[in-house]
Design a protein around this ligand. Sequence first.
Ligand code: CP
Ligand code: NVA
Length: 334
Amino acid sequence: MNNIDLTGRDFLTLRDFKREEIEYLIELAAIYKDKKKNGEMVNEYMGQNVALIFEKTSTRTRCSFEVAAHDLGMGTTYLDPQGSQIGKKESIADTARVLGSMFEGIEYRGFEQEIVEELAKYSKVPVWNGLTNEYHPTQMIADMLTIKEKFGKLEGLKFVYMGDARYNMGNSLMIACSKLGLDFVACTNKDYFPNEELVNECKKYAEESGATVTLTEDVMEGTKDADIIYTDVWVSMGEPDSVWEERINKLMPYQVNKKAIDNAKDSVIFMHCLPAYHDLKTKVGKEINEKFGLTEMEVTDEVFESEKSVVFDEAENRMHSIKAIMAATLKKSR
Ligand code: CP
Ligand code: NVA
């Protein structure tokens, strides 16, 4: 762990990181978590400032960056989906050079991965991807920390992803699992398998780590003896409402319900990056109920609320892991 130095690095996708570097970030997140629980001060980055650009909405990621930055002694500036010139009146390259001259680090949540890459190219400070259409790398450190806390290890576990596996969460989890030695299974309709190029890349990572990558449409085969069952919303931020009908038709067989959980190991845990549609307590949940008659979507309320569910541990771990990612890539102030 001592010989890993990520100072000055961008954090855009785990494709750019070696296994040991990812393991280092997970370990550092656990250290920051312990320190927080013990009330230890970690404000070694005092006097620095970070910009938080959100072109899509957020609860966990924004709060994690803000709390983590404050704990580290840093100031934050939040740029909301409407409140800046980015993309509308000013290019990403110009924005990057402006923000890079005022802030020690920049977080970006938005649309295509090329945007966050452009931001990183033109700013001389670390850029952290807070979610793009393609990847959600900060979520990976939190998820892997959560799995490690529950099982005491990562290697050799069977990780099953159900639902829309061709978007940010499915892609990122396949990369994280295959690099860290977890057997990754995308259990979904074939139209929602991750793209072939990325699957082949992850199969290579899996060969190195001793893991496997499997795609299956068979729920019973896919979930059999699973250690972890993971899902995400069927329609992601930025996608049009018109895709709901097809998603419901194709992904309902891959809902995480009691049958899937009962087919897994007794010790299985349920994970979800959140937010989740598991009841009718949301505006979108109610709209879908009125239109399609569903009361729950990617996960049943029964599973979501069961003792198998570790979703709120995952949410808490977002803050500790984002703190680790910022701390590892920035220079300490003293
Ligand atoms: N999981 C996650 O990224 O949540 P937010 O959209 O609330 O940030
Ligand atoms: N796939 C979801 C993840 C949210 C954290 C989305 O992009 O909306």
